[in-house]
Design a protein around this ligand. Structure first.
Ligand code: ADP
Ligand code: MG
Length: 433
């Protein structure tokens, strides 16, 4: 029988209550999580995932205005300071996205630290910490400092530390955000093991749909509300397709940004490895959401790969950064165009279309005739109004001039069509492997 370990009842939380900057970060949350369950909180950046996770962890709960946070039936809001401290030390293990390791302590001491406040002797602490490090294949690094480890290794130290006092509940806040796919997979495998072998309750927070693969229940969050609860059944494949369908329905804007990032990263980094492309995609989404400013975005492109950047040549980085900024501008045009078209599908939009066509023509170094130009503007307009598809657009570009096409080469046509697709964000990139 399912026994609830966490119950949230009518939970509401505000930041900056009463000030102009007030944010209603959690709205009427009602959920139950059972002992031994593996669940995920999913939703776009800023929707309230971290806030919800912290609330369950007993952090910052003074901001909760009403509702209950029941752990094994007892309300955290009624706990004394001391009880709360004990719960945080032994009741729950938190894995942070930013690892949060203490730079001046060795790996071993970082892992042993949470035990220090529980009266465990120093020898016992070191022994336990060494066992945890062994479990995460980190024994050779015990004496090193966090800065001497790779991101994946630091994250594993973070996991070992979260396990330090053997807590029955493990929460992980975007634990894969800064990892390449190999390390991300290792972390997912380990969370699954903690759940299946150790029987711990696991709550994972993520904004990446693929990392939901092991969750038995997914809570979808939007603007501080749980908007959907899904129990993926059957094979992972089925679960995946349900999720992408749900995504489009719940987060149409995000889906199009992610599609754009996906097609762009394939377009710009043709021939690069999957990990590089994925990392670039991540940076792009951050840039689209203004989580990275222009200069930082440019800087991460040529920062060495092992330092969390993309390791591109300076010139290539500069070029890609420039193209991305241009695209963000074009994208704003597109949003404006879509808004106007929503009001009136007949509105001509000459200037916008001329601008977009000119931008597409940068892919073509030959001489373009007036007739070709007019034809291009015509099909760009039709593409924007969704009268023609991406394939039809490509076909007309390639079609010989005497058949009313533009008569461009396959290569140029493909590039122009990809470029337009990439800002419209309405079709999967053709080049995905
Ligand atoms: P997520 O983890 O899903 O990205 P968060 O829980 O961090 O979302 O944030 C939810 C909302 O609360 C956002 O609008 C965010 O700006 C706001 N917020 C988060 N932390 C604070 C804080 N300490 N002070 C004020 N607002 C905050
Ligand atoms: Mg967060």
């Amino acid at each position: 029988m399912a026994i609830p370990i966490i119950q949230l009842e009518n939970l509401n939380l505000y930041y900056d209550k009463g000030k102009p900057s007030e944010v209603w970060a959690l709205k009427n949350i009602n959920i139950e999580i059972n002992k031994g369950e593996y669940v995920a909180f999913f939703g776009p950046s800023g929707c309230g995932k971290t806030t919800l996770l912290y609330t369950i962890s007993g952090i910052d709960i003074s901001k909760v205005t009403d509702g209950k946070i029941l752990i094994n039936g007892r309300d955290l809001r009624q706990f004394s300071q001391k009880e709360l401290a004990i719960f945080r030390q032994m009741g729950i293990g938190i894995i942070f996205q930013q690892f949060n390791l203490i730079p001046s302590l060795s790996v071993l001491d970082n892992v042993a630290l949470p035990m220090a406040f529980l009266g465990v002797s120093l020898d016992r602490r070191k022994e336990e910490a060494a066992n945890l490090l062994a479990r995460l294949n980190l024994t050779p690094y015990a004496g090193r400092y966090p800065s001497e480890l790779s991101g994946g290794q630091q994250q594993r130290v973070g996991i070992a530390r979260a396990l330090a006092n053997n807590p029955p509940i493990i929460v992980a806040d975007e634990p894969l955000g800064n990892l390449d796919s190999e390390n991300a997979n290792k972390v997912l495998e380990f969370l699954k093991e903690l759940n299946e072998k150790d029987g711990r309750t696991v709550i994972m927070v993520t904004h990446e749909a693929w990392s939901l693969r092991d969750a038995k229940r997914i809570f979808y969050i939007k603007d501080g509300e749980i908007v959907k609860i899904e129990e993926p059944k059957g094979k992972t494949e089925t679960a995946k397709s349900i999720t992408s369908h749900v995504m489009e329905e719940l987060y149409p804007d995000i889906t199009s940004k992610e599609l754009i990032a996906k097609s762009l990263s394939h377009l710009f980094l043709r021939g690069y490895s999957n990990d590089e492309i994925k990392r670039f995609e991540f940076f792009l989404v951050q840039r689209f959401n203004d989580k990275l400013d222009k200069d930082t975005f440019r800087a991460v492109l040529d920062r060495p790969y092992k330092h969390g950047g993309l390791g591109l040549w300076k010139q290539k980085a500069a070029k890609i950064a420039e193209m991305t900024e241009e695209l963000i501008e074009r994208r704003k045009d597109i949003d404006r165009i879509h808004k106007e078209l929503e009001l009136n599908l007949e509105v001509p939009l000459y200037e916008e279309i001329r601008k977009l066509s000119g931008w597409l023509l940068e892919e073509f170094s030959g001489k373009i005739t007036d007739i070709q130009k007019i034809k291009l503007e015509e099909i760009v307009s039709e593409r924007l109004r969704k009268i023609i598809s991406s394939e039809d657009f490509l076909k007309v570009l390639r079609l010989p001039k005497n058949e009313f096409g533009l008569g461009l080469s396959l290569r140029v046509s493909q590039r122009m069509s990809d470029k337009l697709d990439s800002i419209l964000g309405d079709s999967e990139p053709a080049l995905m492997q």
